[in-house]
Design a protein around this ligand. Structure first.
Ligand code: IMP
Length: 177
């Protein structure tokens, strides 16, 4: 059990298990993307550790970049306006693998896919460390999933609670009791 700010968390997935899954995903990508020079696009901040570890096990020619989704309240009444920071203009004809820390409602992933598709990549897939299928509000299906989890709040291995906890080696879940 650990405490981060005002909340306590317990281990959900240990670092050894994470390492094994990351290696499995890398092996699948190495096989499926041989001779395709894939471009990995990591979504900051949460995906930085996952992508760093994944990338170390990629043995085929490949490239890496990082993007960030900025959300801000617009003047329209319909809520958040988003835009992508750091998206290169030359995605046309490329094989893109978007790398996320977690797919929760799927709103972020859906937005990213819509924007990236405008640039007409040859292929577009998503790798996510964590996936909460029960929380999904959009019809998306991540192609590479580390772990499917219950829709509870998690931290560690890149994921934060109010800015803290990203440096934890294991993944922890909020302790509700
Ligand atoms: P979505 O758009 O609802 O799929 O969520 C996207 C973002 O919300 C993720 O990239 C995370 O940054 C954040 N998020 C969702 N669930 C969690 C969680 O359990 N812990 C920490 N961050 C989360």
């Amino acid at each position: 059990m650990i405490k981060v700010k005002d909340k306590t968390f317990k281990v959900l997935i240990g670092s050894f298990e994470i390492e094994q899954r990351v290696k499995d995903i890398a092996a699948a990508i190495n096989k499926e993307y041989e001779n395709k020079n894939p471009l990995f696009l990591g979504v900051l901040n949460g995906a930085f550790l996952f992508l760093a570890d994944l990338f170390k096990h990629i043995t085929i020619p490949c490239e890496i970049g990082f993007i960030r989704v900025a959300s801000y309240r617009g003047l329209q009444s319909d809520g958040n306006i988003k835009n992508i920071i750091g998206l290169a203009e030359d995605l046309a004809g490329r094989h893109i693998i978007v790398v996320e820390d977690i797919v929760d409602t799927g709103v972020t992933a859906t937005y990213l896919f819509e924007e990236i598709e405008k640039q007409q990549p040859s292929s577009l897939r998503m790798a996510t460390l964590l996936f909460k299928p029960a929380a999904l509000k959009k019809p998306i299906h991540p192609d590479y999933v580390g772990f499917k989890i219950e829709p509870a709040f998690v931290i560690g291995y890149g994921l934060d609670y109010d800015g803290q906890g990203r440096n934890l080696n294991d993944i922890y879940v909020l302790n509700e009791t």
